[in-house]
Ligand binder design. Structure first.
Ligand SMILES: [Zn+2]
Length: 66
């Protein structure tokens, strides 16, 4: 099931990131290594999904968590 929304960030390492939902603009924090799907807290869109190691992302990366 190919989903063009998802991209795999390159050499991002293991850290917490602020990401922004492309659907509603909500910002929330996720870790780069996840074991289950991350959904938007506001609209429920899928923001990230696990791929064995680093996640694939369907949201905008806003930067490292402060
Ligand atoms: Zn959203």
């Amino acid at each position: 099931m190919a989903d063009e929304r998802f991209t795999k960030p390159k050499s991002i390492g293991n850290k917490f990131l602020n990401i922004k939902c492309k659907d509603c603009g909500n910002e929330q924090v996720t870790y780069t290594k996840i074991s289950s799907t991350v959904v938007c807290n506001i609209c429920g869109a899928t923001l990230a999904r696990p791929t064995g190691g680093t996640f694939e992302l369907a949201a905008e990366i806003m930067g490292d968590k402060q």
